[in-house]
Design a protein around this ligand. Structure first.
Ligand SMILES: NC(=O)c1ccc[n+]([C@@H]2O[C@H](COP(=O)([O-])OP(=O)(O)OC[C@H]3O[C@@H](n4cnc5c(N)ncnc54)[C@H](OP(=O)(O)O)[C@@H]3O)[C@@H](O)[C@H]2O)c1
Length: 266
């Protein structure tokens, strides 16, 4: 492919990953669209990337399997020759890990950790040799799940995301001398993502809660909102920010969970 910047985004067949792919395509970045089971959705993302005047390739891997991650980076190296941006975004379906602490199986626990912390460990170590100075690495996290305990069946993913955020800090120091930044982006609840697979009643409760004030901007996020934040951090002007967890949530993380929202919002 022609010169320019190149990105690999895991889980970019749909949801937030697709939003990131399209935002980077708007900035003329060529994108490796990664998928696991939805090849048709990945092709649709690639078509939308091309509509934006950029280009890319499809790559497939189960991010729970380190050997498949290594193979995926082999394909990226063959196709692109280098990598400027790596976004670790993929996350298995909730049914594969969603169990409270007293019930979660070790397989479910491993699914969470293998797909997040271990996949990031392996992915970053594969990405670094392909990156020139000034590369950009992102982990997509859910920081509320890393620091709270209320949503009990989230224990596996919440713990795995906490480990992922910790890895972000260690890698940020490890590659800082090359001007490569490593950050975690933490979206709030986002439309056109896993949300839309939940029962309609649950979706309505979540939308109303946020539109009613828990998100001060009074709406849920969109994949484009999150994609734009990643694109912003890919700018050279963001080169001095590394090792951080960035909340991209319309202010939801600013609310105090101990005080009813009716009292907090004006
Ligand atoms: N949605 C939210 O409200 C929200 C909020 C905060 C953080 N996040 C984080 O944002 C990220 C994306 O979430 P989302 O809701 O946009 O996801 P999503 O719509 O459920 O899409 C999941 C993506 O991950 C891929 N995937 C699933 N299992 C995989 C596996 N074993 N190996 C490789 N890829 C796999 C899927 O590929 P296929 O399509 O091929 O199956 C798909 O591209 C996640 O890390 C999530 O924790 C989401």
């Amino acid at each position: 492919m022609a010169n320019g910047r190149y990105a690999l985004i895991t889980g970019s067949s749909r949801g937030i990953g697709r939003g990131i792919a399209l935002a980077l395509a708007d900035d003329h970045v060529k994108v490796a669209i990664h998928y696991y089971q939805n090849e048709a959705a990945a092709k649709e993302t690639l078509a939308q990337v091309r509509e934006r005047g950029s280009d890319g390739v499809l790559v497939r891997a189960d991010v729970k399997d380190p050997a498949q991650i290594t193979d995926m980076f082999g394909t990226v190296k063959r196709e692109f020759g280098k990598l400027d941006i790596f976004v670790s975004n993929a996350r298995p379906e909730a049914s594969e890990f969603f169990q409270p602490p007293l019930d979660i199986t070790l397989k479910q626990w491993d699914t969470a950790f293998d797909s997040q912390a271990k996949a990031f460990l392996v992915g970053v170590r594969e990405a670094i040799p392909l990156m020139g100075d000034g590369g950009r690495i992102f982990a997509i996290t859910y920081a509320e799940g890393s620091r709270t305990g209320g949503l009990q069946p989230w224990v596996g993913m919440g713990s795995a995301k906490a480990a992922l955020e910790s890895l972000v800090r260690y890698f940020a120091v490890a590659v800082a001398k090359r001007g490569i930044t490593v950050n975690a982006i933490s979206p709030g609840w986002t439309e056109d993502s896993v949300l839309n697979t939940l029962p309609e009643q649950v979706q309505t409760l979540i939308r109303n809660w946020h539109a009613g004030g828990w998100t001060p901007m009074r709406r849920l996020g969109t994949p484009a909102d999150v994609g734009n934040v990643v694109a912003l951090f890919c700018s050279d002007k963001a080169r001095w920010i590394t090792g951080q967890v960035i909340y991209a949530d319309g202010g939801a993380s600013l609310m105090n969970p101990e005080v009813p929202p009716e009292i907090q919002i004006g």
